[in-house]
Design a binder for this molecule. Structure first.
Ligand code: SF4
Length: 219
């Protein structure tokens, strides 16, 4: 199977079997999504979703968040990983949005990465989820799943993975492909023991065929 054929199979499979794929973070606006994504670094979406309702109630707008201080915000965030840094990032991010972007969350990757606590992955998430821009956020799931299936070859960094994926996936599918790969990695192609026997991508998966070959040689 060529790489092009592999992509075609995988995208076709997801289109048929997972027509709706969305972020599992709960949000109502670009501001809320940005807060949730910043909090989600090294933390589960489930835990973030338990934390954000109280934050959004106390700080309904980015202007409200900009006016708070560390000691007031910290208790809302303390059950999340890296609470000190994330508290500082949120306050500094909100201040920069108010001062430099007229209180509106910017919607380009180049602008977003200027905000404290926002790296390329977060900027790609925000622009693809809010605006369906053809940007691919590469997290640990996307990185692992893409390599296992063979969508990426010798990609040793998230950026290399991102570049390979966006060069093969049709533009209009990139924003949803991000969710397909994340959800597949979270629930089927899990890190330690991928659930290959229940996976519909087996016919196109490099890893599966390697494992299968090895097993038949050992028989
Ligand atoms: S066949 Fe196995 S390794 Fe390949 S994508 Fe499916 S779960 Fe992952």
């Amino acid at each position: 199977m060529t790489r092009k054929e592999r992509y075609a199979f995988v995208l076709d499979y997801f289109q048929q079997h997972v027509p709706v794929a969305e972020t599992e973070l709960v949000y109502d606006s670009p501001y809320q999504l940005l807060v949730a994504v910043i909090l989600s670094a090294q933390c589960t979406d489930k835990r973030v979703n338990m934390t954000t309702p109280a934050i959004f109630e106390k700080y309904p707008t980015v202007q409200d968040l900009a006016q708070t201080d560390f000691d007031t915000l910290f208790p809302f965030i303390k059950s999340i990983s890296y609470p000190n840094n994330k508290t500082k990032h949120l306050i500094n991010m909100a201040n920069m949005v108010v001062k430099d972007f007229n209180g509106k969350i910017p919607m380009t990757v180049d602008e977003l990465v200027k905000l404290p606590g926002v790296g390329r992955k977060t900027a790609n998430v925000i622009t693809s989820v809010v605006d369906a821009q053809p940007n691919m956020a590469v997290d640990t799931h996307v990185f692992r799943v893409s390599a296992r299936i063979g969508l990426t070859v010798n990609a040793t960094t998230p950026l290399a993975t991102e570049k390979q994926l966006i060069s093969f996936i049709p533009k209009e599918l990139i924003h949803i492909a991000h969710h397909w790969l994340i959800l597949h990695g979270r629930y089927t192609c899990v890190a330690r023991n991928p659930k290959c026997e229940e996976c519909g991508l087996r016919p196109a998966c490099k890893y599966y065929h390697t494992v299968q070959k090895k097993a038949s040689k050992e028989k």
